[in-house]
Design a protein around this ligand. Structure first.
Ligand SMILES: Cc1ncc(COP(=O)(O)O)c(C=O)c1O
Length: 387
């Protein structure tokens, strides 16, 4: 058994990032300055988005997206129950109602058919979540959105580096389309906390620039820099969702490492796929039929209790006894009291999400994992399956 505990995720932050954070602090310019501008530029270049706007979390980015789209009381927004609470909290806190549409149990993504079925006269937007880094079937989702005049906000928290039909997630496709990324410490890159909103839509981008800064029409860089102008106006109330330059300093270093991080994630997943295939009760992730590149934020097999002889929760405990961390992404949101009350969905309403929710587990996956770490995970799973 391993001597030390292997967590399910751990960030890799280079010495260059640490020293640039120190330089940033010494410089005296701590918020929304040159380092944030550089981070936004490199993100826009990488994703192909015309605008990449840094915020202090994906939660903040999703909230800004909802507010910028003018979503509020009386509106409905369709999304998946297999996501983190942030996706629906951003909807609920505008006064709108989230409506859950079921997923496909192979890709773990929301399906176009279920979105279509959930559309009503009140629907204003759809939030597909690229689960684990698997891109949703965006052409079909966009076609439904076009047919019903809906906005699309891609929750791309897991999907930095993922591609759909040769296009990078984040590139966006015109008006009322946004994608929101997360830089939480477990994500494909981190800034501690942080997020990015990407769009091609100039009007939405301008609104988000104001919303992230209390509604002010000019950023701090414009107001306080040597050649900036001090005046500004406020057209609507916003919140304080700006990124610090210390976060952006880490982000700039992480962007240089992103491709190598994602390659390493791919290698570990290939190893898991070949070593764990055929084990009784372990259902491995399946690729989507549409052309895509997965960004493997998490690796999430399902534990089928009947075939395995143990439940997902027992599996997690047995991995913990072997000094290996696992995580649960996610318990379907309509199984929590809060969302059950707000949406009216309950156990039985979303059978595919419930099937997955009862069985899913995340195994360790992060770029700094060694081959030995990955072998330890595989040995532990095989041992548990053979008991
Ligand atoms: C699918 C999804 N959406 C949104 C978020 C929120 O991201 P953040 O922690 O950056 O606010 C997360 C974070 O785990 C997530 O997994």
């Amino acid at each position: 058994m391993r001597k030390d505990f292997l967590p399910f995720a751990r960030p890799s932050i280079g010495e260059d990032a640490i020293s640039d954070v120190a330089d940033c602090i010494r410089s005296g310019w701590l918020v929304m300055g040159a380092r944030t501008a550089r981070f936004e530029e490199s993100f826009s270049h990488y994703t192909g988005a015309r605008y990449a706007l840094a915020v202090n979390s994906a939660t903040a980015g999703l909230h800004c997206a909802m507010m910028a789209l003018g979503i509020g009381a009386g509106d409905e927004v369709i999304t998946t129950p297999m996501t983190f609470a942030a996706t629906v909290n951003a909807v609920i806190l505008t006064g709108a109602k989230p409506v859950f549409a079921d997923i496909d149990r192979d890709t773990l993504c929301i399906t176009p058919e279920n979105i279509e079925r959930a559309v009503t006269k009140k629907t204003k937007a759809v939030i597909p979540v690229h689960f684990a880094g698997m891109p949703c079937d965006m052409d079909r989702i966009e076609a439904i959105a076009d047919a019903h005049g809906l906005a699309v906000v891609e929750d791309a928290a897991h999907a930095l580096g993922a591609e759909y039909r040769g296009r990078r997630i984040g590139a966006g496709r015109g008006p009322r389309r946004l994608a929101v990324f997360s830089f939480h410490p477990t994500k494909n890159i981190t800034t501690g906390e942080g997020g990015m909103v990407c769009t091609q839509d100039e009007e939405l981008a301008e609104k988000i620039m104001m919303l992230r800064q209390n509604g002010m029409s000019k950023g701090a860089w414009n107001r306080y820099a040597a050649k900036g102008r001090a005046d500004y106006d406020i057209f609507f109330p916003g919140l304080k969702y700006t990124m610090t330059d210390m976060q952006a300093a880490i982000g700039n270093s992480q962007m240089r490492l992103l491709e190598s991080f994602n390659r390493r994630r791919d290698e570990i997943v290939s190893f898991y796929m070949s070593e764990l295939s055929g084990l009784p009760g372990i259902i491995l992730p399946k690729p989507a039929p549409w052309p895509h590149k997965h960004s493997w934020h998490i690796f999430t097999p399902l534990i089928d209790r009947d075939a395995a002889g143990f439940s997902r929760d027992e599996f997690m405990l047995r991995m913990r006894e072997r000094n290996i961390g696992t995580a649960l992404h996610y318990r379907a949101l309509h199984l929590y009291s809060c969302y059950r009350e707000i949406t009216g969905a309950s156990r039985g309403s979303l059978p595919e999400a419930e099937y997955v929710s009862d069985r899913i587990v995340s195994l360790p996956l992060f770029p700094a994992m060694t081959d030995e770490d990955a072998e330890d995970v595989v040995s532990a799973v095989k041992e548990i399956c053979s008991l």
